[in-house]
Ligand binder design. Structure first.
Ligand code: SME
Length: 156
């Protein structure tokens, strides 16, 4: 396993294309789910320097904070609440250009301005979400959706 991430300085798409095989390399041969979530969060944070990158995992019908990189965060999120809880309930990726305009957004930090949340599936059920937050408005689009989806699909 490579120890150092090679950081790409190109376009967003080029950055994801450089990161994908490196994440694949990090996950190869490692079966521990939490270890793999932790390295995905770290790799995304290192490449893009997002404000917050992390996972919430479904436990006892709540989303509970999992491996992440960034400032301390809310530990529990209710089903259908906030962007994460809504993504879980709808089983859909949500791109929020301005969190202040999202009804019920949970502000773990006032510095977070936009976010993308993708559900993690196992046997058709949502087992958690990947949440990526930005300190800028309008950070995320379908390029992030496409590549983040490819990244989390490597977990299965
Ligand atoms: N903003 C999220 C909560 C999680 S944090 O931002 C780390 C939400 O509304 O679900």
């Amino acid at each position: 396993m490579a120890e150092d991430l090679i950081i790409n300085k190109g376009s967003k798409e080029e950055q994801y294309k450089s990161l994908l095989p490196q994440i694949q390399g990090l996950l190869t041969g490692e079966t521990d789910f939490i270890a793999n979530l932790a390295n995905i969060a770290a790799a995304l944070k290192e490449q893009f320097n997002f404000f917050w990158v992390g996972f919430y995992l479904v436990k006892d019908n709540q989303l509970v904070l999992g491996p992440f990189q960034g400032p301390v965060a809310c530990t529990r999120i209710t089903y259908n609440r906030g962007v994460c809880g809504t993504s879980w309930a709808q089983k859909e990726t949500l791109i929020v250009p301005n969190v202040e305009e999202f009804p019920g957004h949970i502000a773990c930090s006032s510095l977070s301005k936009s976010e993308i949340v993708l559900p993690l599936f196992k046997n058709g059920e949502v087992i958690g979400v990947l949440d990526v937050d930005s300190s800028e408005l309008n950070t995320f689009d379908e390029i992030d959706e496409k590549y983040l989806k490819e990244i989390i699909e490597q977990l299965s």
